[in-house]
Write a protein that binds this ligand. Structure first.
Ligand code: NDP
Length: 324
């Protein structure tokens, strides 16, 4: 029998949390033979709601769920955590500037980084979902000095999966027929969904597509999909965000056949400034990811990569005082 794995989730009683924790408990994150202990973290005012979530988790009688911790203390919540899914983040207030939101959330991730450092497993794998995810991740990693930097990642998998669907729909194929698609950069509308190397049924697809469709339909469709869903549903894309978080961590932990997109600390690949949390095409194996190397970057792609790099550098500049 496998020993249980501890999975910490912040913002666990929020919208995404509610769509996420049941799937972790059911075995969709780490496999149907891997028992888990859920360590659910919420702000003090949300403790009642969190207890309700825990009651429902118990009522599911999940065979793999060995224990549930509910807490408002990060040191309790991250204790010996093997995985940390950082979902909790402050939403942008009415009329609030993005730069102020970045600073507000940045402060939250200082404490989170320290708490992970002081309490979690030395090999804790971290996924940041709460926005601005890449920059929050940069801060958490900075304050978790004793945990390898490469264990800190940000979610661009939802952008990746949205792009897969759009291309499948355009080409009349199944998402599983598509390989080697990737997202570059920030989890924001500046991210770049790159089809240069993408194959459908093992054939390069870009030469068969109208460039205008890519530039004026596909790119903005993927980049602004979140807003489109808010318009339609009246609330944000919590279920698909939770699904992407599951896909990200599962593929990281268990490996993936195809390229996936993950926001990871840049090692300087493709001239992306070292240390920025940047989405690259990666492959995963045995609990490690590696950035796909040696891709030729067209002039069009380079322009797109430059735009999203510039935005991430600006975000980093906003929180410079937290990174000393
Ligand atoms: P959600 O669960 O809907 O969203 C949580 C975070 O995920 C937000 O930052 C949101 O960004 C981000 N996100 C990333 N991708 C997506 C996507 N595709 N669709 C929607 N959101 C996405 O927020 P709730 O307010 O329902 O829940 C957050 C919980 O976190 C609350 O229960 C709150 O108590 C808790 N919280 C915890 C904090 C902490 O740990 N210290 C701090 C603040 C809140 P965006 O806002 O851009 O949509």
């Amino acid at each position: 029998h496998k020993a249980p794995v501890r999975v910490a989730v912040t913002g666990a009683a929020g919208n995404i949390g509610y769509a996420l924790v049941f799937r972790i408990a059911s075995g969709e994150l780490l496999g149907k033979d891997q028992p888990v202990i859920l360590q659910l973290i919420e702000l003090p005012h949300a403790q009642n709601a969190l207890k309700g979530v825990a009651m429902e988790l118990n009522d599911c009688a999940f065979p793999l769920l060995r224990d549930i911790v509910t807490t408002d203390s990060q040191s309790v919540g991250f204790k010996n955590a093997d995985y940390a899914l950082l979902v909790g983040s402050k939403p942008r207030g009415k009329g609030q500037e993005r730069a102020d939101l970045i600073k507000d959330n940045g402060k939250i991730f200082v404490d989170t980084g320290k708490a992970i450092n002081d309490n979690a497993s030395r090999d804790c794998k971290v996924l940041v979902v709460g926005n601005p995810a890449n920059t929050n991740c940069l801060i958490a990693a900075h304050y978790a000095k004793d945990i390898p930097k490469e264990n800190f990642t940000a979610m661009t998998r939802l952008d990746h999966d949205r792009a897969l669907y759009q291309l499948a729909s355009k080409t009349g194929s199944q998402v599983t027929d598509i390989k080697k698609l990737c997202i570059w950069g920030n989890h924001s509308p500046t991210m770049y969904p790159d089809l240069t190397n993408t194959t459908v049924h093992n054939k390069l697809i870009a030469p068969t597509l109208d460039h205008a469709w890519i530039d004026t339909f596909f790119n903005p469709k993927v980049g602004k999909r979140g807003a489109e869903i808010i318009d339609a549903r009246g609330s944000s894309s919590a279920a698909s965000a939770a699904n992407a978080a599951i896909n990200h961590v599962r593929d990281w932990a268990l490996g993936s056949e195809d390229w996936i997109s993950m926001g990871v600390p840049s090692d300087g690949s493709y001239n992306v400034p070292k240390g920025l949390i940047f989405s690259f095409p990666v492959t995963t194996k045995n609990g490690k990811y590696s950035i796909v190397q040696g891709l030729k970057i067209s002039e069009y792609s380079q322009k797109k990569i430059d735009i999203t790099t510039k935005e991430l550098l600006e975000e980093r500049a906003c929180v410079e005082n937290l990174l000393k």
